[in-house]
Design a protein around this ligand. Structure first.
Ligand SMILES: [Zn+2]
Ligand SMILES: [Zn+2]
Length: 187
């Protein structure tokens, strides 16, 4: 998206409001990137600030179903009139005024791309898939034991294991001394 800034060139403090749509090139996009930007002549360059939003179709990270979401992000970057020192490894060639235009495409695309959620969820309480059989838990249940119950019972089963370990030698001792006593303690 190339923007003609000739109307604010040479006028420090002047600004330009831009509302445009940029076709989105990334595969998750479900519409254009809506840009509401302001370009301000700072004297040293042109400061671009504003908000970007785009509809995107992602896969829920829990249940893997397609989901629609709006990615919104704000930007604030300054375009320079002249390149900075050439040795500067951090210098970004994209943020340079070209004649009486600035090219916002890569700035806008990168700003949106870094804001695509890594672990989107279709809804906050999405139960996801059964880890045992893959059943979609929002649409049905399965016969697998509930992993949440297993987690809660884990300390108990550990305790039971400890109890059986400590009682076993005693039983052996009792067994050795008197069979009757063992039967009594069991009943
Ligand atoms: Zn989901
Ligand atoms: Zn299951």
């Amino acid at each position: 998206m190339r923007l003609n800034i000739s109307s604010i060139m040479g006028r420090k403090g002047a600004c330009l409001e831009v509302s445009k749509e940029l076709p989105a090139s990334f595969r998750e996009a479900a519409g254009p990137i809506v840009c509401n930007l302001k370009v301000t002549n700072t004297g040293d360059g042109y400061l671009v600030t504003g908000v970007l939003s785009v509809e995107a179709e992602l896969l829920c990270s829990r249940c893997l179903k397609p989901m629609q979401t709006t990615i919104e992000t704000s930007i604030a970057e300054e375009f320079s009139i002249h390149p900075l020192e050439e040795e500067d490894p951090l210098w970004d060639d994209d943020l340079l005024v070209e004649g009486h235009e600035i090219d916002l495409t890569s700035l806008i695309e990168e700003s949106v791309l870094v804001n695509i959620p890594m672990k989107p969820v279709c809804r906050e309480d999405c139960p996801g898939l059964c880890p045992g059989c893959g059943t979609l838990l929002s649409e049905g249940t399965c016969e697998c034991p509930d992993p949440n119950i297993d987690i809660r019972l884990a300390p108990l089963s550990k305790l039971l294991q400890q109890v059986s370990e400590t009682t076993t030698p005693e039983r052996r001792k009792d067994h050795g001394s008197s069979k009757e006593k063992t039967f009594k303690s069991k009943s």
